[in-house]
Design a protein around this ligand. Structure first.
Ligand SMILES: [Zn+2]
Ligand SMILES: [Zn+2]
Ligand SMILES: [Zn+2]
Length: 76
């Protein structure tokens, strides 16, 4: 039996194309790493999420001034 068209249209475009993606919200930290708010085990990059927010919006304590510039470490 064929699935109803209504059920297919319930999926997002990425689902229909069987692409790797996540329906959760990616929380991007200042170091560029992203956490998934919906699935702790999610390993997908922020770009593959439906929503992307800054970690500062959720009260994360990592801040830009806590990241040291790498140029100082390279000075010889
Ligand atoms: Zn989807
Ligand atoms: Zn953070
Ligand atoms: Zn995710």
């Amino acid at each position: 039996m064929m699935p109803e068209p209504a059920q297919i249209s319930d999926l997002c475009a990425d689902c229909r194309h069987d692409l790797e993606h996540c329906h959760g919200t990616a929380i991007v930290h200042v170091d560029g790493l992203a956490d998934c708010s919906d699935d702790p085990g999610c390993r997908l990059p922020a770009a593959l999420h439906l929503f992307v927010i800054s970690c500062a919006d959720v009260g994360c304590d990592c801040r830009p001034d806590s990241v040291l510039p790498t140029e100082q470490a390279r000075a010889s």
